[in-house]
Design a protein around this ligand. Sequence first.
Ligand code: MN
Length: 249
Amino acid sequence: MLILVTNDDGVRSPGIRALADALKGLGRVVVVAPDRNRSAVGHALTLERPLRAEELKPDVYAVDGMPTDCVNLGIHGLIRQTPDLVVSGINCGSNVGDDITYSGTVCAAMEASLMGLPAFAISLDCTQFNQDDLTLAAGFSRQVAEHVLSKGLPPDTFLNVNVPAGGCRGMQLTRQGKRKYGDLVTTNKDPRGRHYYWIGGGDVGFESIPGSDCNALHEKMISVTPLHTNLTNDDSFAALQDWALGVKA
Ligand code: MN
């Protein structure tokens, strides 16, 4: 078996090392990950400049690009072989609800899924890694990987896995929930009196929706959400169907 491992926290993150180590017994594990933290770059792809990959040690590559670049470069440029599985993580911080569209971790798995490959993303609900939580998340990654490698995934499906920190009661199949982002822009002045703005730092909450990824994590359950990339809102079709907007010359 060939497993491609990537992330958005960068190739030196303890999360990706724990993940790669946990998967090693299942086959050849090749790590192709950004050379620095690329969190919240979403599904970004580098098109305006060339990419470089540095082989840090056998089967571990640092790429000066985005997580989605790493999936492409890994498969088509470096390994030149189709992996049996692509795993992204273990991310430092949960990726639930609306986080998904920002998440480089989740979008790397999405990219693999768009290529028709089985893939999952795994994130730990923490602001800093703790060894016990990381061990638990790595062990669960291994279980998911084994399962996907032997049973496969339904068509057009990749998984978004989120692991709670500080104790875990079990696993739950969930739906994407809803984030409530707080005051997201901090305004301040630099030493020369010019304003600067910093996104983030507000309180991040969630809407309580039973069965959602957010609720599951809050209830100390490992959340497993099957995702696909099509964002069409089928429910709105009825409401928009009688729009008759003419095009005026
Ligand atoms: Mn990250």
